[in-house]
Design a protein around this ligand. Structure first.
Ligand SMILES: NC(=O)N[C@@H](CC(=O)O)C(=O)O
Ligand SMILES: [Zn+2]
Ligand SMILES: [Zn+2]
Length: 425
């Protein structure tokens, strides 16, 4: 039994001070004042107690790439970011692309993770765009959703077959949108920065043209189609129209596409290399507007850790991807909520309620009696500097090094157990 004293919780859009009694993984009681001799007490000292955050897009790299991240280190990083439920991507080795492999992956996630980890199954064998996997079988084995993230599905026929199968099991199909014929070995957005740095660019049309194809197919099949890491104005407009047309489409945006643009890339620094690339200021404004008006349903980090040496290479040679799970709430709280762009309620809706409802997750969506005690305690009063050396993640590849943020995670609970505690607390 645990008693969290003096926590601020969101109640009717107000922050109110409460004590919270947890037993058997469940919030048993919330009141102005609670005492218990049987419980261990945790003094929240007026910090903000939120429902644990949910991230539908993380790369934990195990098996196959344990030098970048493991399920254990990735899930500890998630806990340090305030996340208690995530969905892990299938670009692993082996790729979970059949019933046996997905079953093994789910068992491994459970064994090695310190938070709740759901798993995506692959759309096609080994993430190539040819043979569609046994989506029905993998769904029955526990796959939460399907994607080939890391690679776009190049052929309409593969996408159509996968959508029909995903629709039949009522599971989301998430798309990494990238038409390979438009990429031309590009490494950053095709625009001012690529010209300035004389590096090959990637047109935004590689994303939006494949999205247009998929929305037509999604409408025809009735599948729940989910857009991973949306990055361009054209894509936001397409999703807005499709929602209006009744297509069952949801979309996520990453913190870096909300906060950075190609203008932030001043040198050949691969910490700014990710897929999709940082776009223009106009695109950044469009994804913020989309997140505010609900065209974009949720934030997802696309936490993509890589080895230190790999990311010290030049823009041309380094792998795509940045870490994100230990800085996302903090960055968005500081640069969107504190700056008055959105409310804390809206941010939490986009980081908890929307992903839980879209992906039909079992995670709680509010701090209330009877809810599972998946919780995160954030310090909204004091700021600190982002320092990747203090990350739990093995990936230190962040473009936000040195940024000042509020919202440090003080503690995280999963099923009522503390899985992360800040060492100064
Ligand atoms: N986002 C990235 O730049 N990289 C991801 C793959 C992906 O999300 O497309 C990775 O696995 O490293
Ligand atoms: Zn991707
Ligand atoms: Zn990804």
């Amino acid at each position: 039994m645990q008693l969290i004293k003096n926590a601020k919780i969101l109640w009717n859009n107000q922050l109110v001070l409460r004590d919270i009694l947890i037993d058997q993984g469940i919030i048993q009681k919330i009141s102005d004042h609670l005492e218990s001799n049987a419980a261990t007490t945790f003094d929240a000292k007026g910090a903000f107690l939120s429902t644990g955050l949910v991230d539908v897009h993380v790369h934990f790299r195990e098996p196959g790439f344990e030098y970048k991240e493991t399920i254990n280190s990735g899930s500890k990083a998630a806990a340090r970011g305030g996340f208690t439920t995530v969905i892990a991507m299938p670009n692993l080795n082996p790729v979970p692309d059949n019933e046996e492999k997905i079953t093994n992956q789910i068992a491994r996630n459970k064994q090695n993770g310190v938070i709740h980890i759901e798993q995506y199954g692959a759309i096609s064998n080994n993430l190539t765009s040819t043979q569609v996997t046994n989506i029905k079988g993998m769904s029955a084995a526990g796959a939460k959703a399907f994607t080939n993230d890391g690679k776009g599905v190049q052929t309409a026929n593969t996408m159509l077959q996968a959508m029909v199968a995903a629709a039949s099991v009522n599971k989301p199909l998430a798309a990494h949108l990238e038409d390979d014929t438009l990429v031309h070995d590009g490494v950053m957005n095709e625009g001012e920065a690529s010209i300035k740095l004389a590096l090959p660019g990637i047109t935004g049309l590689a994303e939006s043209s494949q999205l247009a194809r998929d929305l037509v197919l999604a409408k025809a099949t009735g599948v729940h189609y989910h857009v991973a890491h949306i990055s361009t104005k054209e894509s936001v407009e397409l999703v807005r129209i499709a929602k209006h047309e009744g297509v069952h489409v949801t979309a996520e945006v990453s913190p870096h596409h909300l906060l950075l643009s190609e203008e932030d890339i001043n040198s050949d620094n691969a910490m700014f290399k990710m897929n999709p690339p940082l776009r223009t200021q106009r695109d950044r404004e469009a994804v913020i507007a989309g997140l505010l008006d609900g065209t974009i349903d949720m934030v997802a980090t696309d936490h993509a850790p890589h080895g230190k040496e790999e990311k010290q290479k030049s823009f041309r040679d380094a792998p795509f991807g940045i870490t994100g799970i230990e800085t996302s709430f903090q960055l968005l709280y500081t640069y969107l909520v504190k700056n008055g762009v959105m409310t804390l309620e809206t941010l939490l809706e986009r980081m908890v309620t929307a992903p839980v409802s879209a992906f039909q997750l079992q995670a709680p969506t509010s701090v209330e009696e009877g809810a599972r005690a998946d919780l995160a305690l954030f310090d909204l009063e004091n700021n600190y500097e982002i320092d990747t050396e203090s990350f739990e993640s093995m990936g230190k590849n962040s473009p936000f090094i040195g940024w000042e943020v509020y919202g440090k995670t003080l503690a995280t609970w999963v099923d009522g157990e503390i899985v992360y505690k800040d060492n100064v607390k």
